[in-house]
Design a protein around this ligand. Structure first.
Ligand code: PLP
Length: 465
């Protein structure tokens, strides 16, 4: 299995190399050269298997000969052993034909754990084989950072630096990043928004001298291994609801487009996915793009679902790459336009191809609160604001197509966003017992300017040599 860049100019890599490389050297993102498929019989055989066994069968064909079967199986077993639910990703029903896929039973209470726990294990195997050390720098809108810290803290051959937007993450999210005591963990509060964090991260990757000097590695969803691990729960949930005999739709609270792009890959692998519905909050650039064909930045407005407060949606580049028939030059031109003019227009053919697969919707702040309150009243389920945005968009999609079962991804535990949930319901959801002293633990954080040179100096100085 070979991996190519969406911009067509970077070296072709194996899975293991693409995993340790992160961003391609031409600024693009790695994607598999061909997408492996499962037959209908192979998909039917997944019914009743453990989450771990399904994960192995879905991920194995993408990883080529980077890992032995035993290595991959062991990594998957260890990754999910700490989850607080034996099904790992349980389904609950909200309404006729509407199901919630709970992805928040991992150690940091958001779906990011599904991929981060696995790649933490895979990095360890690969780094040990190669005798290498890496410096991981990650940008986070709130949940990736804590998931990465949880997966890599205390490792000898990894230093972790996490950039988060100062003042724009919830207190629980911030404390999960600033309270770990391991000396290889560094939380950096950047003066800017998430798009600034991600832009500086990409600048570091594009500074090849710095990149090679510190052994820079990335665990944002620009890393294909992240996206790969997220394909699995599309299979487990669809099969539980009757796939491959029955088509299933999914609604996904979307920011950087990694989670929903995993759904696209599941569909390409042969899973009968009817629709992938992009759910956005008031930062609705993706909804506007799918509906109107223009990807135009208006400026990020902080919302109560901060993990979706994004305008430069990295993995949308991967979706565009497939919509443009794998034309790396076309993608390079679009991304240059976005950088220089703050917008681009998708070609009529490509927007048609996107609309074949994706649908979209937007939910504002008022409706988000209304949905959290109503969901509790009607079903007894307490949901986080990101999940609420998706529930609202899914309800609208179900009105258009009531016959197809809809799975809405619940991406975070309500206790990660107690202020919004309290405002909507009067209930402050409690953190699980293992986190109950989170608010007493001392914090360790470095405030940084939105400045590449300053950031690079800090990483150089703080990483262990
Ligand atoms: C990261 C995150 C999202 C957005 O996922 P993407 O893969 O970036 O689209 C949505 N909800 C929560 C709670 C998240 O942490």
């Amino acid at each position: 299995m070979r991996y190519v860049s969406t911009r067509g100019q970077a070296p072709v890599l194996s899975f293991g190399e693409a995993m340790l490389t992160g961003l391609a050297r031409d600024g693009g993102l790695y994607v598999p050269e061909t997408i492996p498929t499962l037959t209908a019989a192979e998909i039917a055989d997944l019914a009743g298997l453990s989450y771990e066994e399904v994960a192995f069968r879905v991920m194995k064909p993408f990883t080529g000969d980077t890992f032995t079967d035993e290595e991959l199986q062991g990594a998957i077993e260890r990754a999910y052993a700490g989850f607080g639910h034996p099904a790992r990703a349980p389904l609950v029903q909200l309404a006729p034909n509407h199901f919630l896929l709970e992805l928040f039973h991992g150690p940091t209470l958001a779906f990011k754990d599904f991929a981060m726990q696995v790649i933490g294990q895979l990095f360890q195997i690969e780094l040990a084989k190669q005798g290498r050390k890496v410096t991981i720098v990650g940008a986070t809108s709130g949940d990736t950072g804590s998931a990465a810290i949880e997966a890599f803290r205390g490792l000898d051959n990894v230093d972790v630096f996490i950039l988060f937007p100062h003042g724009r993450v919830s207190e629980v999210q911030r404390r999960q990043m600033t309270t770990p005591i391991e000396e290889n963990v560094h939380a950096l509060a950047l003066d800017g928004d998430f798009d600034d964090c991600q832009a500086r991260l990409k600048d570091m990757f594009n500074d090849f001298a710095f990149r090679d000097e510190v052994g820079l590695a990335g665990v944002n969803s620009i890393n294909f291994a992240r996206v790969l691990a997220q394909i699995v729960y599309y299979f487990t949930s669809a099969v539980a609801l009757g796939a491959p005999q029955r088509k299933i739709s999914f609604t996904v609270p979307t920011g950087n487009f990694g989670d929903i792009f995993a759904g696209f890959l599941a569909k390409q692998m042969g899973l009968p996915v009817e629709r992938l519905v992009i759910a956005t909050n008031q930062n609705d650039i993706l909804d506007r793009c799918i509906k109107g064909g223009d990807y135009t930045r208006h400026g990020v407005k902080p919302s109560m679902s901060p993990s979706m407060d994004i305008e430069i949606s990295s993995n949308f580049e991967r979706a565009l790459y497939f919509a443009y028939g794998r034309d790396g030059d076309a993608i390079t031109a679009l991304m240059t336009e976005l950088k220089e003019a703050g917008s681009f227009t998708v070609s009529p053919n490509a927007i048609g191809a996107l609309r074949e697969i994706y649908d979209s919707g937007r939910i504002g702040e008022g409706r988000t609160l209304e949905i959290i309150g109503r969901t509790l009243k009607e079903t007894g389920e307490l949901i986080c604001p990101h999940t609420a945005v998706a529930v609202g968009v899914a309800e609208d999609a179900l009105d258009r197509d009531p016959a197809t079962p809809m799975v809405t991804l619940a991406t975070a535990h309500p206790a990660k966003f107690p202020d919004a949930v309290n405002e909507a319901t009067g209930i402050r959801p409690a953190l699980p017992p293992r986190m109950k002293d989170l608010f007493e633990r001392p914090e360790r954080v470095t405030r940084v300017a939105n400045d590449l040179a300053a950031l690079e100096a800090l990483v150089r100085g703080e990483r262990r040599k």
